[in-house]
Design a protein around this ligand. Structure first.
Ligand code: FE2
Ligand code: FE2
Length: 274
């Protein structure tokens, strides 16, 4: 990893730097530096820059179709490393998704002028969390004698970003409210399985992530409601229409309804889509 990154001259420049940094640790460090500069030093927003279609990524891991990612039992360190590797890959994608949200939609006309700073602050804070999540998970991988890039990872995650690159309402419906909400459904089971194998440290990392992801879904919901109001759309029907159009397949129950409710995301949104 290189030295601490040089903070950018503007928020949009910083978001672009995050997306264009290939090394995962450097990408996470850049994300955290941009967030700190915004919080502490009043980094200016700057002029809008085009977002790259695909963020820069390292040569490893090799990206393969979802069915070809090896699954292993959690009872062995190798099995736990495989689970943590898959989570690290999701967190790395989540860093890019947050900064793509900033760069691509940070000047979107569907966000009222008065709300813009709040929108930017919310997604910077999400991106900062995702960078911290990546580092926490990669530290656990290192403790298990592995590292991010050691195993193949599935290449489907950025597809949802590409499919919703032209629509802020679609991006909000799919990224936080379908994909991140799905994380709330499956993470408690992973925490239990890690605890039952005696890996309390990895379980602890997943608990931190789980609690903060509730906040990310809540952020997605808040802006989805704002954008729906701007468009004069009834939000539930709007969500159903967007997911039907932009998400391939059905939503998978069982849902973690208590966690989703904590994120202000009620079942009327997702239960009709199973
Ligand atoms: Fe995360
Ligand atoms: Fe997240």
């Amino acid at each position: 990893m290189a030295d601490a990154p040089v903070p950018p001259a503007s928020l949009f420049e910083g978001a672009k730097s995050v997306l264009e940094t290939a090394d995962p640790r450097d990408k996470a460090a850049m994300a955290r530096a941009v967030a700190a500069a915004w919080r502490e030093k009043g980094l200016p927003v700057g002029t809008r820059l085009d977002a790259p279609d695909r963020p820069s990524r390292p040569a490893d891991p090799q990206l393969v179709p979802p069915g070809q990612v090896p699954r292993r039992r959690l009872g062995t360190p190798a099995g736990r490393a495989a689970l943590l590797h898959a989570i690290a890959h999701i967190e790395l994608n989540a860093i890019d998704l947050a900064f793509d949200m900033l760069l691509r939609f940070g000047a979107d006309p569907l966000i009222a002028e008065d709300d813009r700073a709040g929108f930017l602050s919310d997604w910077i804070s999400v991106g900062d969390d995702e960078a911290r999540h990546f580092i926490l998970v990669e530290d656990r991988l290192n403790a298990l004698d592995s590292h991010y890039g050691a195993l193949p990872a599935h290449d489907g995650l950025w597809d949802a970003a590409l499919a919703t690159a032209d629509s802020l309402p679609a991006r909000l419906a799919i990224a936080p409210l379908v994909l991140e909400a799905r994380g709330l459904d499956v993470t408690p089971g992973m925490i239990n399985r890690l605890e039952s194998t005696g890996d309390a440290k990895s379980a602890g990392v997943l608990k931190v992530i789980y609690n903060e992801e509730i906040g990310h879904v809540a952020t997605g919901m808040r802006w989805f409601l704002a954008v729906s109001a701007t468009l004069n759309q009834e939000p539930e029907a709007h969500f159903h229409a967007l997911v039907t159009r932009y998400f391939k397949g059905h939503l998978k129950p069982p849902f973690n309804i208590p966690a989703r409710l904590e994120a202000n995301f009620p079942p009327d949104y997702y239960e009709p889509l199973t």
